[in-house]
Design a protein around this ligand. Structure first.
Ligand SMILES: [Zn+2]
Ligand SMILES: [Zn+2]
Length: 341
């Protein structure tokens, strides 16, 4: 295992391994200079257009994929008027292909071809091939099954349900040519809405009764891989993809619904990769997968409920940046909780 670690000496520049061979990045989890006090408008503006920033590398990709999915690979809005089996199959197939390609590429590179060994992998172990806690006794099979059978199905149902309401004239639609500023602003802000919605449903689903019914399924993945991203109980999928219901309240364009759901459907793949970085070549480190904050949530459960750019965990005292100080604070929270109980 040590040899695999050394395949990329690059890892040593970015972090250290502890006695158990778990990887800890030097770079701590942080937030962009946007939601801070006193405000720093110039820094915030610079962050929006820098790399990494608001758009690149991730957000622009999800925006483009969502828009392409609607404009090139979706039925016309009129075709959503009647919910037919044909319509459901077409939308399910499109969403499945997106998932297969995106999650599949991360899994292929990192877990099948193992192109970088365990370099930058937080937990040195590979997914459990024999474990009674997972369906079929195998973490990856369990994750893929839950993703396609429940995840993509519920994603598809949300899209078809909302667009069918729109096609039948029950909701207010906007047009990019008539309301270009509103259209552009909503495309820009969808990412922030997703952050907020994810935080709210995630806090809710950690409420013990809901955790026992649903969220424990996702948390079986203490050593996640890309496919763990959408490995959830159907109740959690219902809550997770309910982010698209925002458009029942606001005037919208069908592309907003597709883009919001594409963002929710695809973004968990890098976030659960289990690796801090994707190595592009032996000499160069590709890019940060932004997965450390959520990896810490999978490892310790009671921290980093948010996963994005809104500093909600910092505001509500559940932030863990990977440092020893944060760790001590978290343990102190655990002690207080036990004491209250
Ligand atoms: Zn997760
Ligand atoms: Zn959780």
């Amino acid at each position: 295992m040590k040899n695999e670690t050394q395949k990329s000496g690059l890892e040593n520049l970015y972090g250290i391994r502890d006695k158990r061979n778990h990887y800890h990045p030097h770079k701590k989890v942080g937030y962009p200079p946007v939601f801070i006090w006193p405000v720093k408008p110039l820094s915030a503006l610079a962050w929006i257009v820098s790399i990494p920033g608001y758009f690149l590398p991730w957000n622009l990709f999800y925006m483009a994929t969502g828009l392409i999915a609607w404009y090139l690979f979706s039925p016309q809005l009129e075709d959503y008027t009647y919910i037919t089996l044909n319509l459901l199959i077409i939308v399910y197939a499109r969403n499945s292909i997106l998932v297969m390609i995106y999650y599949g590429l991360f899994h292929l590179r990192l877990f099948l071809q193992k192109t970088q060994g365990i370099a930058f992998k937080f937990n040195p172990r590979w997914p459990d091939m024999k474990s009674k806690i997972f369906l079929f006794g195998n973490q990856t099979y369990d994750n893929i099954f839950l993703t396609f059978i429940s995840g993509v199905s519920i994603w598809t149902l949300f899209e078809v349900f909302i667009l069918s309401l729109a096609a039948n004239g029950y909701l207010n639609l906007v047009s990019p040519t008539v309301q270009p500023i509103y259209f552009g602003a909503m495309i820009f802000l969808i990412h922030l809405w997703r952050d907020l919605h994810f935080y709210l449903i995630h806090r809710l689903i950690h409420w013990p009764p809901l955790y026992k019914i649903a969220h424990y399924v996702h948390h079986k993945n203490t050593n996640p891989g890309p496919w763990s991203g959408l490995a959830m109980h159907p109740v959690e999928h219902l809550m997770y993809f309910s982010c698209a219901l925002l458009f029942i309240l606001l005037p919208f364009h069908p592309a907003f619904v597709v883009l919001t759901l594409v963002h929710a459907g695809l973004s968990p793949a890098p976030g659960h990769a289990g690796f801090e970085r994707l190595v592009a070549s032996k000499e160069k480190v590709g890019f940060d997968l932004d997965s450390y904050a959520h990896y810490l949530h999978h490892k310790y459960f009671e921290c980093n409920y948010a996963d994005g750019i809104l500093p909600l965990d910092r505001w509500f005292g559940t932030f863990h940046d990977g440092s020893k100080t944060s760790h001590k604070k978290m343990q102190e929270r655990f002690r207080r909780k036990r004491f209250i109980k």
